[in-house]
Design a protein around this ligand. Structure first.
Ligand code: PRP
Ligand code: URA
Length: 211
């Protein structure tokens, strides 16, 4: 499989936390908490290329030049519903980041994404965007979400998923070869209902306790 633009984040802490998410006995409280923690750890890696500039700082001892973020404009865009579970974890590291929302659900028969909500920061075209969704299955939702951001003239887009299937990665690579994909696991594939195997089940239902 072509792994161009694909970043598998396999830090031991991520692997440990992901095993907790996969466990069918993990309840809604712990599931939410761990999704958030995973998002924080993934954010640390996915922002590794943020640009720095030199600033002069006076410490209690002396004045010297140090590195500081340039203040490049960023936004995160969770895909409703399940992407919402990753927002708090990102805000832990980047508290001032702007947040746009895309509402998509996957039609259970066709597996095609259906849009039902969209609200973006007014200056979204000037921002680098990280799209958040725990699951990249067929890739239909992610591909549609990326296309929305391109329709808003966003130039730099990253996709952050906790678990990806090869089918989803291939779809995003085909439709949007310019997008970097960050995930904590690449699973075996999809079952006949389009669920990731072994996966963790329905992420939205497990985060919101709807099943
Ligand atoms: C899930 C998941 C993704 C999508 C992935 O959402 O959060 O958005 O499925 O599947 P795909 O790659 O085949 O498009 P779902 O449609 O279940 O909606 P929900 O978050 O509201 O539960
Ligand atoms: N959406 C989910 O929530 N889980 C899957 O395994 C596939 C799509």
């Amino acid at each position: 499989m072509n792994m161009e633009n694909v970043h598998i984040l396999d830090h031991p802490l991520l692997q440990h936390k992901l095993a907790i998410l996969r466990d069918q006995n993990t309840g809604v409280k712990d599931f939410r908490q761990v999704v958030s923690e995973i998002a924080t750890l993934m954010c640390y890696e996915a922002t590794r290329d943020l640009p720095l500039e030199e600033v002069e700082i006076t410490t209690p001892i002396t004045t010297a030049k140090f590195k500081s973020l340039t203040g490049k404009k960023l936004a995160i865009v969770p895909v409703l519903r399940a992407g919402l579970g990753m927002v708090d974890g990102i805000l832990t590291l980047i508290p001032s980041v702007k947040v746009g929302h895309i509402g998509l659900y996957r039609d259970p028969d066709t597996l095609e994404p259906v849009e039902y909500y969209c609200k973006m920061p007014s200056d979204i075209a000037e921002r680098d965007v990280i799209i958040l969704d725990p699951m990249l299955a067929t890739g239909g939702s992610a591909s549609a979400a990326i296309q929305f951001m391109k329709n808003y003239e966003v130039k730099h887009i990253k996709l952050m998923n906790i678990i990806a299937a090869p089918e989803g990665i291939e779809r995003v690579q085909r439709d949007h070869p310019d997008v970097d994909i960050y995930c904590a696991a690449l699973d075996q594939g999809l079952n006949e209902h389009g669920y990731i195997v072994p996966g963790l089940g329905d992420a939205g239902d497990r985060i919101f306790g709807t099943k």
